[in-house]
Design a protein around this ligand. Structure first.
Ligand code: PGA
Length: 252
């Protein structure tokens, strides 16, 4: 089994100075890591400085988004090579805020996943249902469609480089976490879908993270579920002590 992942998604937060002092404290406190991976996804403006602060440390760097083209007239976008150039090894793709606030479709997410794989950036692909979809008992249909759409035409060999984050939209930034059982139920469904699409071996090597109001008080229970191999943390990752307590969660 691959190592669990503890990822901080800072979204549109932190100046360069704030980001660097967080990264310094995190790398010093976390030391070397053998049983887990820890990622920081700072805003673009802080990537370069955080990359320097994390150099020779166990902490990896992720972009929060990426365009699928290599270069061109795409004002406001960032390319795979730009993320690699600044030291990213991961990229978050298809976050629900990208999908719902900026109109990202499964086709666009799929193009981005293919571009990330081509450039050897590890894609962290986010999927999840809205409250309305959950209440209409559409959770599995929505998550299944995002999964098959986002991973369209990806080979079983490439699938292994992928990490999925199940992030129910109703739990993001709301303080409402899915219960560990609710999360596990969807994680198990995702694992089954992956098995059917790509075979047992590939499905086993894909890590499925949970995201949505993860905090110090619920991390242990979430990580105790059999199909949860890590977390993507928004709000509770903005404070270094809070994120450290999450990222140091004892593993069973
Ligand atoms: P949250 O965000 O932890 O603030 O709910 C999670 C995310 O959006 O990845």
């Amino acid at each position: 089994m691959e190592k669990p992942v503890f990822a901080a998604n800072w979204k549109m937060h932190k100046t360069i100075g704030e980001a660097v002092s967080f990264a310094r404290k995190l790398t010093e406190s976390i030391g070397s890591l053998s049983d887990r991976e820890v990622l920081l996804a700072p805003p673009y403006t802080a990537l370069s400085a955080v990359s320097l602060a994390c150099r020779d440390s166990a902490v990896s760097l992720a972009g929060q988004n990426m365009h699928w083209e290599e270069k061109g007239a795409f004002t406001g976008e960032i390319s795979p090579n730009m993320l690699l150039d600044v030291g990213c090894t991961w990229v978050i793709l298809g976050h629900s805020e990208r999908r719902h606030l900026f109109g990202e479709s499964d086709v666009m997410v799929n193009d981005k996943v293919k571009a990330a794989l081509k450039h050897h950036l590890k894609p962290l692909v986010c999927i999840g249902e809205t409250l309305e979809e959950r209440e209409r008992e559409r959770t599995f249909a929505v998550v299944g469609k995002q999964l098959t759409g986002g991973l369209n035409n990806i080979s079983p060999g490439d699938i292994k480089a992928l990490t999925i984050a199940y992030e129910p939209v109703w739990a993001i930034g709301t303080g409402k976490t899915a219960t560990p059982d609710e999360a596990q139920e969807v994680h198990r469904f995702i694992r089954k879908q992956l098995r059917e699409l790509y075979g047992a071996e590939a499905a086993r090597s894909v890590r499925i993270l949970y995201g949505g109001s993860v905090k110090e008080s619920n991390i242990k229970e979430l990580m105790g579920m059999p199909d949860i191999q890590g977390v993507l943390v928004g709000g509770a990752s903005l404070d270094v002590d809070s994120f450290l307590n999450i990222a140091r969660c004892p593993l069973q």
